[in-house]
Structure formats: structure tokens, C-alpha cells
Design a protein around this ligand. Structure first.
Ligand SMILES: [Zn+2]
Length: 220
């Protein structure tokens, strides 16, 4: 994984309100995920967004419009999980915040527009899920101990109303069983983990698995 950038020792010199150490640590995790994905071209044209839970009430989130491969702390905002919308939040912030509200085990979330995720999400939209089965690398996901498993990754239709989309996602995930992520048709992938490090591993595993799946389907 990409090295986690150093956290500034003292943020008090900035003109803005002082941010907590907990925010700085969370922002470092957001930056690590964003740069990792940016370097791999999974977030083209300032798309994608990343977040890390600070506590039960707050999360650090990428601000709208940032170049994720070159993300810096000023482009990370502190948002309330169940509060009013932050003025610099991206349109997709509700999709992050709804996950934190629904599952206290989630500590970090990444949203990427990688090519295999985008292609497969559109191809399998009518089925409502993409089945990943029999691949050794499924074991990279937390809690999975064997390749002898079928993981159905939910696919939801895309929607520019992200509050409505977040509600639909949470409804679908209630019946999906434990999954490390979901796909939005023709759009991309949401993936999470207990920490930013776990979310990075899960991003990397998804990229490998979806690339393998796409290659295999295309060869048929
Ligand atoms: Zn997106």
C-alpha cells in the first residue's frame, strides 16, 4: 500500500478553527486511501470519494472536487454522520454517512470508479447482484476463510438523488448478508473496512476479483 503521509504535529497555526488529533489521524487515513486509488487511476477526473470514521458522531470525508491522487488535508472535511449537510461535502457524502450510521463496525469507506467495477455493474444490473465464487482472493475480505464460497455483491441502479440512493442501498444491504461492498450500475464500487488499511486491502481485492471476473466472462 502507499505510505501513509505524516500527520502535522500542530495544526493550530491555520486560520480555521483548530482540528482535533482524532480528525488529523482520520484525515491521514482518507489521504492514504485517496492517493492509493488515485495512483491506480480508479478515480478519474476528480471522481470518487473516501472517508474515515472519527467517532460515533463524526467522519472525515473528501471535500467535493479534489484531485484524489494529490489529496491534502485541507481537502478533507469533518462531517456529522447524522447531522446537517456540510457545505463542502461531495454529492455522494450521504452514501458514506448512511453506512456509518447503519454499521458501527465500519471505520473507513472508499468509493471508486474502476473500469471493471463500472463495466460489470452495468452488465449484471438486471440480476441485482454480481456473484464472486471460487476465487482464492476472496479470502482477502475480512471474515472469509475459504475460496469455497459464493459472495453476491449487491448492484443498485444509479440515481443522482443520493439521499434516495443511500436509502435504497441500506434497504438492499439489510437482506444481503455480510458483504464488503456494493456496486452502483454503470457507476462504480463502494467498499469498506474496519480501518483505512482494511478498506485499501478490500479495494485491491475487489480490483483483482472484478478484473478476473470480467476477463473470464469476456473469454466465454
Ligand atoms: Zn461516484
Amino acid at each position: 500500500m502507499a505510505p501513509i503521509p505524516p500527520v502535522p504535529e500542530n495544526d493550530m497555526s491555520s486560520a480555521a478553527a483548530p482540528r482535533s488529533e482524532a480528525f488529523a489521524a482520520a484525515a491521514a487515513g482518507v489521504i492514504a486511501m485517496a492517493r492509493y486509488a488515485g495512483e491506480r487511476h480508479w478515480v478519474p477526473a476528480t471522481s470518487g470519494n473516501f472517508s474515515v470514521r472519527i467517532d460515533g458522531r463524526l467522519a472525515a470525508l473528501t471535500a467535493t472536487g479534489a484531485d484524489k491522487a494529490r489529496l491534502v488535508e485541507d481537502e478533507v472535511i469533518e462531517a456529522e454522520i447524522s447531522g446537517p449537510k456540510h457545505p463542502r461535502a461531495s454529492a455522494e457524502a450521504p452514501l458514506h454517512l448512511a453506512r456509518y450510521a447503519a454499521d458501527s463496525a465500519i471505520g473507513a469507506i472508499a468509493h471508486i470508479h474502476s473500469l471493471p467495477a463500472t463495466l460489470l455493474s452495468r452488465r449484471h444490473e438486471a440480476e441485482g447482484a454480481l456473484r464472486l465464487e471460487g476465487w482464492e482472493l476472496l479470502k482477502a475480505f475480512t471474515g472469509i476463510k475459504t475460496h469455497e464460497i459464493a459472495l453476491d455483491i449487491p448492484i443498485v441502479p444509479n440515481d443522482q438523488d443520493t439521499d434516495r440512493l443511500a436509502a435504497l442501498v441500506e434497504e438492499r444491504l439489510k437482506s444481503a448478508g455480510p458483504v464488503p461492498g456494493y456496486l452502483i450500475a454503470g457507476h462504480g464500487l463502494y467498499v469498506w473496512g474496519a480501518t483505512a488499511k482494511d478498506a485499501i486491502r478490500h479495494m485491491e481485492a475487489f480490483d483483482f476479483l472484478l478484473t478476473a471476473e470480467l476477463s473470464e466472462e469476456n473469454a466465454k
